[in-house]
Ligand binder design. Sequence first.
Ligand SMILES: Cc1cc2nc3c(=O)[nH]c(=O)nc-3n(C[C@H](O)[C@H](O)[C@H](O)COP(=O)(O)O)c2cc1C
Length: 202
Amino acid sequence: MTKQFHDHSLDTATLDQLFNEARTYNDWLDKDVSEAQIHQIYDLLKMAPTSANMQPGRFVWVRSEDEKHTLAEFASDGNKDKIKAAPATVIIGYDIDFHEQLPWLFPHADAKSWFEGDEAGRKEGAFRNSALQGAYLIMAARSIGLDCGPMSGVDLDKVTEHFFADQPRVKADWICSVGYGDPESIFERSPRPDFGTFNTIV
Ligand SMILES: Cc1cc2nc3c(=O)[nH]c(=O)nc-3n(C[C@H](O)[C@H](O)[C@H](O)COP(=O)(O)O)c2cc1C
């Protein structure tokens, strides 16, 4: 029997919100992001596919004034004010020992054993898959009407030491401010390549 095909394409306005008109913001309107919204972002991003459902991303959401100032101290000069102005900035880290969680995260198989004794492989997997989770984080935030400002200009060793002090196998990788972006804080859109520039179909 032929299976029915359904077209599930999103409408143009939704695609514009998520992609075509979504921008990276450098300053923020004076409007808070609630804990409920932060939970909502996580509850969407956790649906992202990760290898063997490893879910290696670890997220610290910086909302208090004290911790914002600490994070800003670890940032490059150009990023300090952005972090202080944002209602929330999330630190995206990855757990090198994510495999300890696999017995419950991937119950269909003994996936933990695949990674035991292979720290280099775990690092590679954790790095790749936490970055994917971070990309989904941006899309999740945009989906609920928030804007993002991703940044890598921070001293990652200091960020790791301070914000993941209680998780010694986690390393910070990048950070992302979340809030309601000030439209005056964006640059002109940088060029985006045509398909032929970086794509090949074989
Ligand atoms: C992983 C990552 C790191 C970035 N680091 C910084 C940064 O440290 N400081 C900064 O001002 N912008 C940073 N950016 C912002 C980029 O320059 C920006 O997202 C890009 O130019 C696209 O801008 P658009 O989304 O407005 O088109 C970073 C973006 C990403 C994804």
